[in-house]
Design a protein around this ligand. Structure first.
Ligand code: FES
Length: 175
């Protein structure tokens, strides 16, 4: 009789241990699931950033003069067989600068040298003004508009702009 009671007591205690372990396992699984969900929410499913380097078409697709790439906020200049870019992002607070065609080309002194300009860039937000080469000369803009590296893609001959690489404002790509 006594040994039967002992046996029943042992069974009860091992059942309690089993359920306690099961409960703890479920608790840890739930905590791990919550932690994973929290960490996963910090990582976006899709990266919406556009690539810094992109193709814009073959040189022959660009007319003489200036083409505005609105979605990239870049002006592309073509002067016969040479190309260069000027950023449309104002260096004050990032508004898009507008190109203003001058009635007739004029010469301006920029950094000790004279350049001829046929257009300028004006910012509609706080009135910054830039010469045709992107040099700032009026308003709160602290520095010139950026100029980006251009190259011809060896794959298919398209022009390629790299927004991650700035170049001097005299740099031209010859095609
Ligand atoms: S953002 Fe262009 S002048 Fe302020």
């Amino acid at each position: 009789m006594k040994s039967l009671k002992l046996l029943a007591g042992k069974e009860g205690s091992s059942r309690r241990t089993f359920f306690r372990r099961l409960g703890l396992g479920a608790l840890f699984a739930a905590l791990a699931g919550q932690a994973y969900a929290l960490l996963r929410s910090l990582v976006p499913n899709v990266l919406y950033e556009q690539p810094q380097k992109f193709k814009i078409g073959t040189p022959s697709e660009f007319p003489e003069g200036v083409t505005f790439l609105e979605d990239r906020r870049v002006y592309v200049f073509r002067d016969q067989n040479t190309f260069h870019t000027v950023s449309a992002v104002c260096t004050h607070l990032g508004c898009t600068v507008k190109m203003v065609n001058l009635n007739q080309p004029r010469k301006v002194a920029v950094g000790g040298r004279e350049i001829e300009e046929a257009q300028e860039f004006h910012c509609p937000c706080h009135g910054s003004k830039y010469y045709g080469d992107g040099t700032n000369y009026a308003g709160p803009a602290p520095k010139p508009l950026a100029c980006f590296q251009m190259e011809v893609s060896p794959d298919d001959g398209q022009l390629q702009i790299d927004l991650g690489q700035t170049v001097g404002r005299d740099v031209r790509l010859s095609v």
